[in-house]
Design a binder for this molecule. Sequence first.
Ligand code: GP0
Length: 833
Amino acid sequence: VEASIPEPLREAWRKHSASEFTNKEEFETELVRHIETTLARSLYNCDELAAYSGTALAFRDRLIIEWNKTQQRQTFTDQKRVYYLSLEFLMGRALDNAMLNVGMKEAAREGLKDLGFRIEDVINQEHDAALGNGGLGRLAACFLDSMATLNYPAWGYGLRYRYGIFKQEIINGYQVEIPDYWLDNNPWEFPRHEITVDIQFYGNVKKIQDENGKITHSWEDGEVVQATAYDVPIPGYGTKTTNNLRLWSSKASSGEFDFQKFNAGDYESAVADQQNAETISAVLYPNDNLERGKELRLKQQYFWCAASLFDIVRRFKKTKRAWSEFPEQIAIQLNDTHPTLAIVELQRILIDKEGLEWDEAWGIVTKTFSYTNHTVLPEALEKWSVPLMQNLLPRHLQIIYEINLFFLQSVEKRFPKDRDILSRVSIIEESHPKMVRMAYLAIIGSHKVNGVAELHSDLLKTTLFKDFVEIYGPDRFMNVTNGITPRRWLHQANPRLSALIAEKLGGYDFLKDLTLLDKIEAFVDDKAFREEWSTIKRENKLRLAKHIKSTTGFDVNPNALFDVQVKRIHEYKRQQLNIFGVIHRYLSIKAMSAEEKKKVVPRVQIFGGKAAPGYWMAKTIIHLINKVAEVVNKDPEVGDLLKVIFIEDYNVSKAEIICPASDISEHISTAGTEGSGTSNMKFVLNGGLIIGTCDGANIEITREIGEQNIFLFGNLAEDVEDLRHRHFYGDFKIDPQLERVFDAIKSNTFGDKGDFSALTASIEEHGDYYLVSDDFNSYITTHDMVDEAFQNQEEWLAKSITSVARMGFFSMDRVTNEYADSIWNVEPLPVRD
Ligand code: GP0
């Protein structure tokens, strides 16, 4: 291919190719040029937003050059690539990350200063790209960062939602959801109007028999919607590799405008049909750890899977390789079960379109796919109703039945005596209506299935997927403990800490090899280093205090212990346990003498997180937190000893301010319920200690940093089932200190008790499913230990430094290499100049 381009064309291209700015002067030239001509602004209306856009465009130009080179190199080399399919990519802001990866941030800082801007203010102008709910979407974003940094030829595939996760406002203590329309002047996406795929829905299946008796299927008469590609460059750190994230947007197919309606004078209805097609990619479903089985959601899933598969197959076919080579060229990772239809779609393409035999096709499919499970919560496991699927995707349902038939036949052969196993492992649940169990389909169609932390992966093997371990053997199931990218979560969020570490280690190599952090443990007794370390924590707390002041109006004391819990609001994550603990603390302080109060460690209890709009209990928890804040924060008997803050609209860019500012953070899910947690890693990496249950990755964090550096409490996962069972049979007595908290709530201390009755009743009357009462005593006594430890600042500091030094394991780079070696079997491909 390379040789087919004539020399004069190459020469012209070389000569006129865009050049990259390399210093402050050249940056300013680019900045002014973009503001004037790309944005059509002038000296007289160049505000911070224009400065942001101009800067973004200047850096974007540099990214594009490297992006093009990377894509050319990947195409010409034609080695195995990874495709990461995720319905969510919670990217956050891109400019600071682009600056870090391109270099030249200092040139930009100086250049912007000449024009009268502070670079931090300019960076803050950017709207978060918030195409995700929480941990799952952020993990996908960290994957992209690491895959590029490690030079893996990899693409992400997702949906280009017009509305990302809603913006949260707190009004009178209640969450209110505001649509997040984020696409206006987004400099980071490139519409590829020439890359489109027609996607079919509904219709029916025709059986066709040819003269040799061979039967084929054809899916006909459906509705067609068009997918258009939008590409986002993903730069790596310290490398030229710039990978691609391809997001699909829906609109009516170009041939589909209904001219019959139009000619009949029904123009408005014809336009309405157009708009209908656009709703497929209109909005991100705002549920975390919950699936609700809505038809539009299934449409989104198929639309995105089919467009991505078409694209991948089209690229493969250009290489003219044999189909048997497909799995040697392509690995597809399924981020949860949301993209499971991709398995069925590839099988359909191979047998219906490409004419392969079933067995050969299925062999290719299972070698290509692998599946990551993120939760054992039953309400999060996807099931689609058979009638719904029959209507929307008739051919796919047939193929699913066929996959199931062959699978069950093989199971029956191997376990002829086990009468129940077939119904237990069947992809089809025999309920009314029947349901397709997507996790089972994903396991059967993949060669590897992984959980996201050791406990979680063990639970999968011993509970949810137990039968499948029997059937396939243990090799199909594995653990890869999650990680986070140190570029965003250390260097960008906490530049001063990153600089201090770099100073001691002689450079920033640790951002590429986080295990190098262990070398800072040698400085744990170094006086100057310790002082710097604690100054940095203080500055980060001041930065957060400033944010709190400007957004809530409350003053918080930076010397107080900052205790943070920020994550989606969910009963299993137990923000209710936290706020009940805060009320307990409040009541205790109010009962103290002046003398006793002097011994109290002042605290700021910080909460943040969104509730799914339809999740009533989660919204009640938010309401209670805000009501407690109202009462506590103005109580003169408490003063600075306790403040309660709810930070509105928690998102990625706020996490970057919050994580570096915590003294302690809370990861207190009921044991056995949290897949891994990833903010736990972000807090510890930024020098905060944590209080947590023996759940998710808290367990590996403990193993890495040492038991003496973490505050663990509560019942263990192995005891949960038994406790729930006992509650169910009436063996339940509420913890007396929790009862005192409930008494306060019921005497209207925090407003109308009726507002919170569902919350107290879920514990007192409905079995306390999340074991709040069982863990309460352990929780508050552990908090007393936190207070005591905090009073010894010297020891606290040692814990903080030691913990950071031992966090190397939690780099997303380690995670990505594990997937590459043991699941994808792909090699890095560095880009040459
Ligand atoms: C898991 F099932 N997670 C789900 C889901 O629907 N959404 C979601 O964000 C999360 C887990 O809750 C997790 O424990 C995990 O670490 C993350 O997926 C990535 O694996 C939150 O941190």
